[in-house]
Design a protein around this ligand. Sequence first.
Ligand code: B1M
Length: 631
Amino acid sequence: MAKEDILNTLADAVVDGDDELAEEFAQKALDEELDAYEAIVDGLARGMKIISDMYERGEAFVPSLLLAADAMYAGMDILTPYMKVDGTAAPKNVIIGTVEGDVHDIGKNLVKTMMTAAGFNMIDLGCDVPLDKFAETAKEKKAAAISMSTLMTTTMGGMETVIEQLQEEGIRDSLIVMVGGAPISQTFADSVGADGTALDASAAVETLTSLVSELPSDSWSDSAIAASKMKYKEVLAQKSGKEKVDIGRITAEKIIAEFDSVVPKFNETMTKAERFGAAFQDKKVDRLPVAPLACGVSRKFVPCSYVDYSTKAEKYADCVEAGIKYFNMDTFVGLTDLCVDAADFGATIRYPEEDTPAATGHLEDYEKLEVPELKEGTRAYNLIQGNKLATEKAHALDAPMTALIEGPMVALTQIMGATRVLSDLRTNPDVVLKALDKTTVYVEEIMKGMFEEAQPDNLCMVNLWTNNVILSADEYMKSEGQVMQNRIAPLYKKYNKPVVIHNCADAPHWELINKWNTEYYSYTFYPDEAGKGSKDHKYLINNYGKETMFGGEVSPIVFLDNSPEGLQKMKADTIALQESVLNTLKENGMQSKYMISTGCEVPPGAPCDSITAQTYTVAEKGPELYKKIIG
Ligand code: B1M
């Protein structure tokens, strides 16, 4: 067989995620005496690049990438032992992981795959990696680079800590440090002293390859380490003087102190419940409602720890009450974390203080999943009791309560691990769908408990796998989509409750939202992702506004900035957003069906005054703007 045909088949096998074909042609390459390195680079790795480029163009989805990676690794297992390794060409060790506090690992896995394809020897520490593990492993493996990912603003700081540890150990200049993930910018990378960052997995490889090529060959020598220790001594001494402050608590105390002189003075003529109810039906209001997803942050008013907020009904209810009152929100959307079902199914959950809890120890076997009994002692029971108490407290403040639970697919990915579920959905759909049935049964039980016992005004469900960068609309409809349509939406109807969906993904398949008559939809808008399907209020109101009330738009990340300029910007942006929403509503012959909010939770360690900069501005300026535009 011609060399070109073997290389092309290897590439095709990866693009199609066909591991058997990849193995067969890897063996054929050896039998025909092709160079193993060439077969990897011009065959397998080229296939990975093709599918990765298709993903970037929105022509392929995450399951395809994960299966392509499996096929590539299958072929590499056969070829790698035959690679001719001389001293200079030995693959360089790269330590990779998602930093402590963050369990997002899909992107990190893709970066790892592309780096493997480029010939690096990847040492994968996984996700939620304790920070000192990076320096420790780098030293042990004399690594050429560390590749750190994070998808959350709350855990970005960990990257700087890792770099400081490298400086302390004197090995900062022995290796390249790359940082990446959705919130990471070049400015951030520079500010923490990283060598580079990149927007996506392919670009990460290019940057890493070029940076590593500039590393001096003696970077791990004793003299280099001693020189590096001296170099960073001064920098570290200056940093160690910095004190860590609880900005959430400090700002909460200030808001509590000023509350009586600020909030009662707003020119509001409707109660929160009247305003939210009227907006939901697109009736006239005194101003647009406002309710950022400031859930975990609200505990700073009480104050209480995150683990208590998540697992103690009374504490949760106290935080809801404080959030509604001090933030002056028109409803509280009660997200504790997304691990309630996973904990009850037996997964291990980590409850850190300033981060959102995460499922870390996933279960092994789909077949062994057993639907838990919803009884005292389970997290679901606690959530229902918490929402019962919270609803009473919210009503005492004339505010409606919105409880929140994980949808069946979020629950399953939290139990089994997302990367695994997303690829098994392609290769073993029956097993995944059976497991999905079990999480659906539990979700149905929780819904009943919420509707019958807690009786919040609304029940919001997290459906984030409709994200158009992860699953195609078809694939979503074959899994959670059909469950939503056939079981969950009818249950909402049975209890005469509106279907309320939260999707913190930046670009869901919008056309699906009407399939199960969604009446409220919480979304995030990322202007940078507009080309990839992230949509703003204008598009959403114009296309779906009559049927669905939207809420969101503002990225939760902007709430981290409580510098004077940041707060000023938040106020100005809030006025501009209200004006634009009101004008769009008017153009569509509507009056109020929209809620100013964040599309995802404000990080639990964020300042509170950036939130009041939004909510108080709506209360203060909203009535005047409403009158001017709607009349
Ligand atoms: Co979460 N989540 N999530 N989530 N989630 C985000 C990240 C969020 C942006 C949503 C939003 O606000 N719109 C938001 C973070 C906001 C913030 O920064 N404050 C968020 C939140 C808040 C949360 C929770 C806190 C929710 C809650 O419980 N309150 C919670 C966190 C738990 C924890 O970690 N402690 C949580 C949980 C989850 C799930 C577990 C349900 C799930 C993750 C499952 C998993 O990964 N195992 C999940 C998901 C799926 C998302 C979204 C929807 C998608 C992320 C993703 O996989 N994208 C995300 C919103 C969105 O739509 N963007 C969101 C696809 C992936 C291929 O892209 O990872 O960006 P990405 O990787 C890219 C690039 O970034 C780059 O290359 C990759 C491939 O091209 N890249 C690098 C990555 N690493 C790089 C390294 C480099 C260079 C480039 O150099 C070293």
